[in-house]
Design a protein. Structure first.
Length: 82
């Protein structure tokens, strides 16, 4: 059961706000009446967020490597012109 919504901060919508909870579902809607871990287990939710952050960091590292290579190529070309 989702928590009660409070009016304080209701319009400062963030991804973790209670307003995003889908209260239409019932535990009977899930197979065997068990809420999936990604929906009901806070540690699994945190793990999903951390996994996404790690993936984002890997993408950023690849971008930095490409930028480093571009700068190195540019510098070598500029240096050879002098």
């Amino acid at each position: 059961v989702p928590p009660m919504l409070t009016m304080e901060g209701l319009y400062q919508l963030d991804v973790d706000q209670d307003i995003w909870e889908d209260s239409r579902g019932d535990i009977a809607d899930f197979p065997d009446g068990i809420v999936p871990p990604w929906l009901g287990d806070p540690s699994v939710k945190e793990g999903i967020q951390l996994s996404q952050e790690i993936a984002n960091c890997h993408q950023e590292l690849e971008r930095c490597k490409a930028e480093h290579a571009n700068l190195q190529t540019w510098f070598c070309e500029e240096y050879s012109c002098v």
